[in-house]
Structure formats: C-alpha cells, structure tokens
Ligand binder design. Structure first.
Ligand SMILES: *Cc1c(COP(=O)(O)O)cnc(C)c1O
Length: 493
C-alpha cells in the first residue's frame, strides 16, 4: 500500500497544480473574448500579418513547460488580432457563417465534458440525436429519417452520395467494390455544382466523369430538358443513371435549382435525389423565402451546413437520409471491441454507424444551445434579413451607373463588378481584383471573386448576422472611391 501511494504521488497529470490560479486566468480569457466580439465592428475586416507574427509560427516544438498565462499572452498577441474575419459585419467572402458567442460557450463546454460522440449511453449522445431530429424537422423530413452531424457540407454531401451509390450500384458494393458493378454509374448536377461533389465521386471510386455537369439557364439553374436528354443518352450508351443532385443555393451566385422538377425527374427515372442544401436548405425555416426551396422535403438525402446559416462555430455539417436503413446499411460495422451491452455505457446507439468517422466530436452542443437561446424562428428571420440585404445591395448596384450586376440575385449572394469604360475583359478583371484587394488591405470589407458565364466578377455573400444595411451602403461608396483612385493612378489600367 505504501509503495502504491508513493507511485501515485509521482504520477503526472495535465491538470493544473493550482486550480484557483487557472480560474483567474480563465475569467480574464472570457472577459477578453467578450470584448473581442463586442468590439468586432471597430476592427478591420481583415489585416495582413507583420513579419514578426509570421515568424512566431515557426517556433520549434516546445520541450519544456511554460506558465499557461504566458501561453495565453502568446495567443492574444499573435493569433487573436489576425482572424480570417468572418465574425466581422463586413465579411462577405466565399460562403460561411459568422459564429456566435453562445455557440462558442457550447464548444468550450463540449470540450470540458470531453465526450466522444461515436455513441454510447450518455447525455451527449441523446443531444446529438436530438439536434439531428431538429434538422429533419426544419427541412420537412419525416421523423423516420436518419442523419448525422459531420464536419461540414463537403462531408455531408459525401455521406448522401455514398448511400446513393450503394443503393443504386446493382451489386453489394460494400463487399465487392465498384469494379463489380454491372454498369458504370452516372450522377447529374448543374455546371454550377460545388467542387466537393467532384471530390466525392472521385473518392467513391466512380471517377470525375461519372458526374455529368448539366448546362444551366439564364438564372444559372439546372436545365431540366438538358438533364432528361443526358439521362436518356446515358441509358442508350450503357451507363446506369443513379443520382440527381439538386443545388439549393449555388456557391457562385446563389441560384436555386427547381427542386420540385428535379424530384419529379428522379421519381420518373428511378434515380436517387440528393439536395446540396449547404447554403439554402435552411431557407426552409425562413418565413418570407421558404417557397424558394419547395421540394427539398422530397429528397432522398440532404446535405446542410449549420456552420453557415445557423452560424455555429466551425465545424458543423449535417447529412440527412430519408430511409434510415439505407443510411445505416451503408456505414454500419460492428467490430468485436464495439459490441453493445444490454445495460450500461455501451447500451446506447452507435452513432458512428451513420458515417465514416469512429470518434466524433460533440458538435451538437453549440448548435443546441444557440437554437435553445434564440429559437428557430429567429434564425429564420435572420435568413430573410440576409436575403433582404442582398436585394438592397442589388438595388444600389442597379442605381449606380459605375457598377454592373453580373448574375440575378436569388438569395443572399450578389455577383457584380465595377465598370471601366472601353476596358477589355482582362483589364476589367485586373481592375476589379485590385478593388477587391484594396478593400481587404484597407480593412473595409472582405469580398471574394469568381467567374460567371465566362466573365470575372466580385461576389458578396451575406451569411452574416452582424451585417447591417449601412454596411452595404458603405461598401458601394468605398468601391466607387477605390474605382476612381485606381483608374486615375494605375498605369496597368
Ligand atoms: C459550402 C458549400 C459546400 C461545402 O461545405 P463545407 O461546409 O465548406 O464543407 C458544398 N456545397 C455548397 C453549395 C456550399 O455552399
């Protein structure tokens, strides 16, 4: 017994020697965090890192200890002042949410509890399933559907497309692989489809060519007649049409495919109907705009992204599958070390049976806490608000002769550019790129750019609960100022 006690005294742990001291530091960190978010509007939308900050991140592997207060000072000095910027009210690059404080508390508490959401009989498991149930309800899926929280929309799409492959393969593809399929499968999506679908079909062993890109109409929505023609052609030439992917909100311009028409095509042609709703699935909770995504509830699977329009801190995606047994049959494996027991910790459901991960983070808590605090209706109103803001910006562009709208605004994404008299497409691209970079470097706003129907344009994607209309007024004024300055000074123009 004595020797046991001696050995225990010598055992190391990661717990702090003095919890009181850590408590004081933690309170300071929380106070700093509150100030950080409270004052976000006063800081630049983005700023370049100075050389000493860059070199800080090449410090060698630490071998000896440092007081945690010193560790936090390093973080406060070198990391926190240089965020990506998506928490800022004038961040509209690419497409992402703007996080929220309650969600951050959820992430903190999830890490404190430390639970592994691979499954088991504990409260976090029940909460994980509850949040999936709430997501089903939000998009109008039946209670019998299944789902899983994943890292983001890309993984959620991979889950849906994998179930589609296994259901439509014509062989036991889990056992025999894609090489045993009687015919090569074909998936269909518009030419605006997100790049994660290419990664998905490649990872599924189907190959990039298995994903047929169907042309889009003037509104950048999938052309239904062209889709039907492609399916017929594939049947004639020895392919097996398997899955149609509808996009509810394309990342380029926010176009929403006609989901009801796609549901009909899928039913007539006996195809799996997957909806990439990473941007737009949650429009289903927005009272003024929900009709835009009518038909989503008919999908066989849906990918959606709580870290976009629910503003969950990264990462949080969600895959939903109408037929729970098809979902489970695609992923479930029970090795001998993960057998269930009639009672106790291992008597709960194995949540890892619905995806590729074994260990899973506790993503549900940050979503659950923010939904519980605000209620789903407020999130719906915030979605409507962002769409109304995008329409406001579209009107400002329409009223300003120096600016030009480049694609129709359907939801919260506005594609446009600054005009430059007599300039070639190439010069227009250089000119607009320079405007975009100066907006970033001067800390005014973060925009990104893309190419729509062969023409370069700037892009404002407002998935941001901190944006106000006057932020968009400011953007237009600053773009006009920069346009004048650049046109007057830059020789390359
Ligand atoms: C964002 C997005 C994705 C990918 O989602 P991640 O969360 O970034 O992995 C897929 N499809 C669309 C339409 C998106 O906007």
């Amino acid at each position: 017994m004595d020797s046991f006690r001696e050995a225990s005294a010598a055992d190391e742990t990661l717990d702090p020697p003095d919890w009181t001291e850590v408590g004081a530091l933690t309170h300071r960190i929380v106070d700093d965090a509150i100030t950080y978010l409270k004052d976000v509007r006063e800081r630049p939308a983005w700023r370049e890192m100075p050389a000493d900050v860059r070199s800080f991140f090449s410090a060698p592997l630490p071998r000896s200890p440092a007081p945690v207060a010193e560790v936090y000072d390093d973080v406060a000095r070198n990391l926190m002042p240089y965020p990506m910027g998506n928490i800022h009210p004038r961040f509209w690059s690419w497409y992402m949410g703007s996080s929220n404080f309650t969600g951050a508390l959820g992430d903190f508490l999830a890490a404190i509890q430390g639970s592994n959401l691979g499954g088991g009989n504990h409260a976090a498991s029940l909460m994980d399933s509850q949040v999936v149930n709430w997501m089903k309800e939000m998009v109008g899926f039946p209670a019998s559907a299944s789902g899983t929280l994943v890292s983001g929309g890309s993984m959620a799409n991979i889950i849906g497309l994998t179930v589609a492959r296994n259901v439509k393969a014509g062989v036991d593809v889990r056992e025999r692989g894609v090489g045993a399929m009687p015919k090569p499968l074909r998936y269909y999506a518009s030419d605006q489809v997100h790049s994660c679908h290419r990664k998905a079909v490649e990872a599924l062993g189907l190959g990039n060519r298995a994903l047929r890109r169907i042309p889009t109409d003037a509104g950048l929505r999938i052309d239904i007649a062209a889709l039907k023609a492609a399916i017929a052609e594939d049947r004639e030439t020895g392919f097996m049409p398997a899955c149609v992917i509808g996009t509810a909100g394309t990342v380029n311009t926010g176009a929403v495919d006609d989901l009801q028409a796609l549901a009909s095509v899928a039913a007539e042609e006996d195809l799996w109907f997957h909806v990439d709703g990473c941007i737009g699935a949650l429009i289903a909770i927005a009272p003024e705009n929900r009709s835009l995504v009518a038909g989503i509830e008919q999908a066989d699977s849906i990918a959606l992204d709580p870290h976009k329009w629910l503003h969950a801190p990264f990462e949080a995606g969600c895959a939903l599958v109408r037929d729970a047994s098809q979902h489970r049959n695609t992923f479930a494996v029970t090795p001998e070390y993960l057998k269930s027991t009639p009672r106790g910790l291992a008597s709960g459901e194995w949540l890892h049976d619905y995806g590729l991960q074994t260990s899973r983070g506790f993503r549900a808590l940050k979503i659950w806490m923010a939904l519980r605090e605000h209620g789903v209706e407020k999130f719906g109103r915030l979605i409507d608000q962002n769409i109304a803001q995008a329409r406001h910006l579209t009107r400002l562009i329409g009223a300003e002769p120096a600016l030009e709208l480049m694609a129709p605004t359907t939801i919260n994404i506005v594609s446009f550019r600054h005009r430059l008299d007599g300039a070639s497409e190439e010069k227009l691209k250089a000119f607009n790129t320079e405007i975009m970079l100066r907006l970033q470097e001067e800390g005014i706003a973060a925009l990104s750019d893309t190419t729509v129907q062969g023409r370069h344009c700037l892009r404002v994607a407002i998935a941001n609960h901190r944006t106000r209309r006057d932020d968009l007024d400011l953007l237009v004024a600053e773009m006009l100022r920069l346009g004048r300055e650049i046109a007057a000074t830059a020789t390359l123009m």
